[in-house]
Design a protein around this ligand. Sequence first.
Ligand code: KG4
Ligand code: ZN
Length: 409
Amino acid sequence: MILARRLSTKAQTRVLGTKAPAQMRVLSTKAQIRMLGTKAPAQIRVLGIETSCDDTAAAVVSGDGRILSETNRHQHSVHAAFGGIVPGLAAAHHQANLPLVLRQTLLGAGLSIGDVDAVAVTRGPGMAASLGVGVAAAKALAAVHALPLVGVHHMEAHALLARMGRDDVRFPFVCVLVSGGHTTTLVAHDVNRYATIGATRDDSVGEAFDKVARDLGLAWPDAQDGGGLGPALEQAAARGDAARFPLPVPMDKSASAASPDFSFAGLKTHVRRMRDAGAFDARAPQDQADMAAAFQRAAVAHLRKKTALACRRARAMGVDFSCIVASGGVASNAAVRRALAAVAEAERVPLECPPPRLCTDNGVMVAWAGVERLRRGLLDPYTFDFIQRWPLDRLSEMPYPARASSFDP
Ligand code: KG4
Ligand code: ZN
């Protein structure tokens, strides 16, 4: 097989010399896909690269969903002093860290780049300068080695991870994506095909966790732990009494109770106003913990109610969903997982959540999304650019002229 690939690359190089650039990609990817068609899923290895925010991450995942290697360099210590992510600094650290993250990932899998079958990279959405670093690296690696290239939607990667190595997590499913940039419920009809049910009208839930944690004066957790300030708030909440400062659940009044959308800005501001009015002391550990618990309880109740509503909407649309998938950084929160498990139980479907450490950003989810898209021939040209703002339900509108046969017949 290795010999076959070397031959095919050489043969392609000869042919490509005689072709115009527009034809090059199609020829190269078709040849590669034919070659992949001869491999069993367990033998296929996809390199995934993630640099959309402040994690420089990479992984190699097999076509049957085994993690062969993964590396994640967080930048929390870099941004902690600023109280939030500084885009220019994030990009500079991706530039510095990505080469070694890639090297470490390949070494960890015992592979060289020549042994990889495809390169997948987060194409968007995210911070422009950060996305650019990963996309440029992936394009160069793939083009130089004539490998298929897969541009991945970051939120699709969060969603599809629940299917990694799991034949039983089938489409369609209801998906709850809760991260630092997104809070949305969707129907996942298939790879590349999503329909939004509800979305946040203002802040994402992750943003609200982060800002409330900051207003409560909570410290960033250890630099090499994932997740940012959200885990700090969860840890404080575990020591607190949620009943001491009762907070209203957002969008619970009759006018907005029937909407599947979310809103977290009012809840966040409520906490800040209470602090400014002296209702609690952000320097007193017990006040911090009680307020954290109260915020988490209201935020989780909001997520639970709107997820239940999304399930009802999905059924009303005639969608017989197999499960509820929850992913994104906030889905690593134990209270969130418990609440969504209760919704799933009431709906008589399982809740499928990736393990907490894989709910936050990582390279594994990008590599696995690469596997899923490769299976359907959803490849991208070596010339593609990143997309900073990119609604998940617009994914199916992207042109895929090189849609080739599947390697997974
Ligand atoms: O998915 P993710 O790693 O990055 C984005 O795509 O945005 O999500 C990061 C967000 C941050 O807002 C972080 O504070 C939040 O997820 N988060 C949590 C927890 N772990 C991460 N929020 C609440 N509880 C957690 N345990
Ligand atoms: Zn994410």
